[in-house]
Design a protein around this ligand. Structure first.
Ligand code: ADP
Ligand code: TZD
Ligand code: MG
Length: 580
């Protein structure tokens, strides 16, 4: 008898003593804590867990590769503030999911990777079990917390700890190791139910000290050229109204980091997105809200930031260790963003002095100049398309459909889309994040579609798409409203490189020329379109979103249009000895 049939049998009415088992306890514990969806790939020893979860009313979304399931779980965590759940088999499945878990932790997204594992007795003596691996030890350094449950009676506590660890404080990835034997362990149903824990207040508010608020406001008030930087922590916090009120009441220009775009619209009069270099270089006080001074902000120093010593930083973050990580923070405000921003607003009182008019005016002038410079490039309707022409069309799509979710990865395809496509609503832009990782595309698209029910537009470099492309089958299978646009420039950065030896192998950065990615979608019953002009592209995307049908548009981009490493070529070491 299969484990499923067995456990259903033991649940049957009339059994002498009602029993439960590990399978049921895991499912019951997740449901008790409001988990509604599991992303994963089935197999030994968790096949029945997935089946039974589906039977119990959870939505179980089965992927073709665990990394994509993990990425879906991670973005579900970012979008909902509840931990996204990824379920995998042992050793190789676990390792496939681990990249997503590490990436979630790096990005401060709450998720739980639950992996089945082989038996402790055999693993610890290294006797060669099926898919043997000491998974807990391997996961530990790559996530925020890692736990293993050995007894069915501890499942409730194990899941409660995993949930708390994922969402409290700085959110992150948690690993939960469930050895195969645990699932069929039986216990008395009543005792089992009692052992479950409904986590109360899983992410408690963390209030800032009033002295910290006063210090921050004093620094802000003294600024001649203030700037607010909004990061994805601010988007995650879902304190949208307070953040908007703070920005507007202060009158300070704001710069959104990539995934914070739309928290306030990019078209807001205070948005300095189109004057990025100017505000970073010329500001004198910078207030960071849920953004780290990592490589994405040049560590708060160097040429990007103008004269050394010309800045003072205020930083709002839930993680005290983040302060002074790269450069001195003169006004650290530690707490959750909702509480911190509310306290700042309260501290500002009724009236707050506007920042100096010459600064606000200079930012506005720079912004208008840059927007005007860009405008004609976005209207080019040529074949093959260049990046700007194609992105101009997609920019209009999002303007007309501000509630659609934009997923974005690639190099040129990423960097240029980030600048060109204005966002209007919070948490609508999902991308490669802190690591600049390729492969988040289809996982994020599926996670976003499942969690929000909104249309998803995934703008993908042809290389980037390849990392998760097989999930187009998953998109078709679940009939998700996802429209993928592959920016097909025949390769990584460009499609024009040649093998320097003149040999038969292609260059290392190019792909098959003239590929038709649209056919991949057709293979699974979705809609495929080959678009050669921005007009064709726009029409195809509109049709896809209107119909809600899974669609893949192969956007033919000039192979010579891109630049090496997109906008971060400065980080790419190149040999001075290389023969051209
Ligand atoms: P970006 O890449 O957009 O600059 P980062 O990922 O570098 O953003 O920074 C996000 C920051 O937000 C992290 O330091 C994290 O600790 C912080 N954070 C996340 N959630 C919250 C929250 N609810 N309250 C306060 N800080 C938060
Ligand atoms: N592997 C992983 C997991 N992440 C990465 N970031 C890379 C490799 C290196 N890489 C980039 O940083 S961008 C990129 C790779 C392979 C692909 C760029 O090509 P593309 O985009 O086709 O996606 P463009 O539009 O041609 O520049
Ligand atoms: Mg490419």
């Amino acid at each position: 008898m299969s484990a499923l049939a067995q456990s259903m049998d033991s649940h049957a009415a009339g059994a002498e003593q009602e029993l439960t088992d590990g399978f049921h306890l895991v499912i019951d514990a997740l449901k008790l804590n409001g988990i509604t969806t599991i992303y994963g790939v089935p197999g030994i020893p968790i096949t029945d867990l997935g089946r039974m979860a589906q039977a119990a009313g959870l939505r179980v979304v089965s992927f073709r590769h665990e990394q994509n399931a993990g990425n879906a779980a991670a973005i579900a965590g970012f979008l909902t503030k509840k931990p996204g759940i990824c379920l995998t088999v042992s050793a190789p499945g676990f390792l496939n999911g681990l990249t997503a878990l590490a990436n979630a932790t790096t990005n401060c997204f709450p998720m739980i990777l639950i992996s089945g594992s082989s038996e402790r007795e055999i693993v610890d003596l290294q006797q060669g079990d099926y898919e043997e691996m000491d998974q807990l030890a391997i996961a530990k350094p790559l996530c925020k917390a890692a736990y293993r449950v050995l007894h069915a009676a501890d499942i409730g506590i194990g899941i409660a700890r995993a949930i708390r660890a994922a969402v409290s404080g700085r959110p992150g990835g948690v690993y939960l190791d469930l050895p195969a034997k645990l699932f069929s362990q039986v216990m008395e149903a009543k005792a089992g139910a009692k052992s479950l824990v409904k986590v109360i207040d899983p992410a408690p508010a963390q209030l800032p000290a009033s002295a910290a608020i006063k210090r921050a406001l004093d620094v802000l008030k003294s600024a001649k050229r203030p700037l607010i930087i909004l990061g994805k922590g601010a988007a995650y916090a879902q304190a949208d109204d307070q953040i908007r009120a703070l920005v507007e009441k202060s009158g300070v220009p704001f710069l959104p980091m990539s995934m914070a775009k739309g928290l306030l619209p990019d078209t807001h009069p205070q948005c300095a997105g189109a004057a990025r270099s100017t505000v970073l270089k010329d500001s004198d006080v910078v207030m960071l809200i849920g953004a780290r001074l990592n490589w994405l902000l040049s560590h708060g120093k160097g040429k990007t930031w103008g004269e050394p010593g010309s800045k003072r930083f205020i930083q709002i973050d839930i993680e005290p260790k983040e302060m002074d990580s790269n450069i001195e923070i003169v006004a650290p405000v530690v707490g959750d963003i909702g509480s911190c921003v509310s306290a700042l607003l309260e501290g500002m009182g009724g009236a707050w002095p506007a920042p100096p008019a010459d600064w606000v005016g200079a930012v506005k002038a720079k912004r208008e100049e840059n927007v005007a410079k860009m405008a004609p490039r976005l209207m080019k309707n040529t074949a093959p398309m260049d990046f700007h022409g194609a992105l101009g069309a997609l920019r209009t799509v999002i303007k007309e459909r501000p509630d659609a979710i934009l997923v974005n990865e690639g190099a040129n395809t990423l960097d240029l889309a980030r600048g060109v496509i204005d966002m209007y609503q919070p948490r609508k832009r999902l991308d490669v994040g802190t690591w600049g990782v390729m492969g988040i595309g289809m996982g994020f698209a599926i996670g976003a579609a499942v969690e929000t029910g909104k249309p998803v537009l995934a703008v993908e470099g042809d290389s980037a798409f390849g990392f998760s492309g097989m999930e187009v089958e998953t998109i078709c299978r679940y009939n998700l409203p996802v429209c993928i646009v592959v920016f097909n420039n025949d390769g990584i950065y460009r499609g024009t490189d040649v093998n320097p030896t003149g040999g038969a192998d292609p260059a290392t950065t190019v792909f098959v020329k003239g590929s038709r990615y649209d056919k991949m979608m057709e293979a699974f019953g979705g809609v495929g379109v080959n678009a050669t002009t921005p007009d064709e592209l726009k029409r195809a995307v509109d049709k896809a979103i209107d119909s809600g049908k899974p669609t893949l548009i192969n956007a033919v981009i000039d192979p010579a249009a891109g630049s090496e490493s997109g906008r971060i070529g400065n980080l790419n070491p190149q040999s001075v000895l290389r023969k051209k």
